[in-house]
Each structure stands twice: as C-alpha cells, then as structure tokens.
Design a protein around this ligand. Sequence first.
Ligand SMILES: CC(C)(COP(=O)(O)OP(=O)(O)OC[C@H]1O[C@@H](n2cnc3c(N)ncnc32)[C@H](O)[C@@H]1OP(=O)(O)O)[C@@H](O)C(=O)NCCC(=O)NCCS
Length: 333
Amino acid sequence: MSAFIDAMLERAKASKQTIVLPEGDDERTLAAAQEILAGGIADLVILGNAEAIAGSAYNLEGARIVDPAKSEDRQRYAEAFYELRKHKGVTMEDALAKMDDVIYFGTMMVKLGDADGMTCGACHATSDVLRAALQILKTAPGVKAVSSFFVMAVPDCEYGDDGVFMFADCGLEIQPDAEKLSQIAVNTGRSWQTIFGTEPRIALLSHSTFKSTVASADRDKVIEATRLAKETAPEMLIDGEMQADAAIVPSVGTSKAPGSPVAGKANILVFPDLDTGNIAYKLVQRLAKAEAYGPITQGLAKPVNDLSRGASAADIVGVVAITCVQCQAQKAQ
Ligand SMILES: CC(C)(COP(=O)(O)OP(=O)(O)OC[C@H]1O[C@@H](n2cnc3c(N)ncnc32)[C@H](O)[C@@H]1OP(=O)(O)O)[C@@H](O)C(=O)NCCC(=O)NCCS
C-alpha cells in the first residue's frame, strides 16, 4: 500500500469518524469493514440484511448494523427526504420507497448527522452514488459545483511533488463552463491543502499556452476559467491556459510560459472537460504505471466518496480513510 494511503490511515485513526458503508451485502465491503474496525480507522454503520451480515465470516464487532427495511429511522429519513425534494414533485410515498435504496438511506443518515460520511460504489454506478449525494447533501457553503479529483502517484517521476499529482475533474462534471472549471481548480487546491497540507500549484490545461494558438471557444473557456479562479483565490498559485508539458516540465514551462509561478512545477492538473480528464488519468495509470486514487468527491456539504466497481477490500479501506480525513477537515472549518 502506498505512502499516501498509509498517511491517510494514520490521520483517520487520530480522530475517529463514523462512516456509513451501505453495501453490506457485498463481500469486499465486509472484508474491508473487518479491517477498518480491527485497525481502529473509523466507526462504522453497515447497511443491509442484519442476519446475513451477522452470519458472515467476518468479525464486525463494534459496527452498527442497520437494516433499512426494518429500521425505526426509516420513517424519519423518508419525511426529511420528502421535505427536501417535495418541490421536485416527490411525494411521501416516493420518499418512503426511496428509503429501500441503501444509497439514499445512507445519504439521509449522513444528512441528519447519524454518520459523518459515506463510502460506496463497489456495486453501484458512480452516477447513482453522486446523484443521491447531490440531491440530498448539496454543496458546501461557498461552493457552486461539486467535482472530483484523482491522486496520481507516478513512480520514478521528478515532476509534480516527487511524482504525486491531483488530476481534476476526471469523474463528475461532464462539460464544465468557465465558472465551473474555475471552481474545480480552486476546490482541488483546497483538497490538496486538506490532504497534503502543502502548497498547491494549479495549472489549467489546454491545447494552447498563453494564447499560442488561434482563438477558439475551447481555449477561451480555459483562459476565462483561469481568470475567475485567480479572482476567487488570489492567495493560491494558479495559472493557465497552458499545455501539459508547459505545466509540469521546468524547461518547457520557462520557455513557453516565462514568469508563470506555476508553469514547470504544477502539482494539480485541471482538465477542460471530463473526456480529457478521464482519458488522461487512465493513460497515466496504464502507461506510467501510476497508482490512481479516486474519484474523490469535493465540494459536497458532507463527504461521500464513490468506489470503482472493481474495488478490492484494500481499496475500500483506503477510500474510507480519505473520507475520514475529509470529515475531519470539514469539522475543523
Ligand atoms: C453527477 C451526475 C450523476 C448528475 O447528473 P444527473 O443525473 O443528470 O442529475 P441532474 O443533472 O438532474 O442533477 C441532480 C441534482 O444534482 C445537481 N448537480 C448536478 N451536478 C452538480 C454539480 N457538479 N455540483 C452541484 N450540484 C450538481 C443538480 O443541480 C440537481 O439538483 P436538483 O435535483 O436539486 O435540482 C452526472 O453529472 C454524471 O453522471 N456525471 C458523470 C459521473 C460518472 O459516470 N463518472 C464515471 C465516469 S467518469
């Protein structure tokens, strides 16, 4: 397991948070839960069939097991969900039915403070996890758009911070406009500060560096997003529009973007849309054999993180630890 995840585990243990794991019917989730409980990483609420979970091969002593179908909180969560969504045409009957969905039930738990955060997605689509979070938890104060990032750890790499980068948004916002792109940049900078505690250097990427190409809507979107991001967070090192090599390679940064505080030393790469972000992280993961952790959600009022459906138990433990660190940071604000 990487140094990054080790650090997250240690920080999670330092101030235990309560995390909901709604996929208690999933074997890997239960294996992860056993490890989390044994390691003192988090307090857990596990959703699912209580008898099946209790009868599993795993030692889940200390976890709160909740069966949404039988829970005494079902009505309370449904009523709160109805209040949140009735302006969208949701009826009380719809709300009660929604509580059969473990993702919605778990998200309501977080909303009402019965847990601090949630980690799931081992057997649910990303869009299902995020839609519930967006509908129920909404954005944190001051944040207009929820987005996501990957922590990329590239072996034997002198760029970024010893090969460590954040890539955003590679998982959520499909076609951000300039304002949303600027939010992705600033919020990823804040996530860097939360997770690493060091200075983020944020590059907004394009096919062009400092207007080196002819004007186009794509290029100008990144130029405008850079302007807005700098305006929103003047204390942060943010620059763009720039090409990927100008962002990370010092000699190219100096020649293509002289005077930039970011060019040549960026540790955060902000992509213009989900296509470029998603393609880039997968190429770096496969071709450079990088470790890729994410997508980690940012900007929600309370932390919810999605898992890849191929996630192993160890991956789930890691994402729970990251969720705990985000919970700690939000409480400290
Ligand atoms: C996240 C996602 C599911 C939301 O899209 P959707 O299903 O079309 O849902 P909607 O657009 O109806 O949005 C649902 C709610 O979330 C809100 N929302 C959507 N995107 C948001 C964002 N980035 N930040 C904050 N709120 C957002 C909407 O305003 C809406 O709120 P409301 O219902 O209270 O009005 C969608 O953007 C998505 O699927 N993204 C890609 C995720 C994915 O599959 N990733 C894996 C491959 S990379």
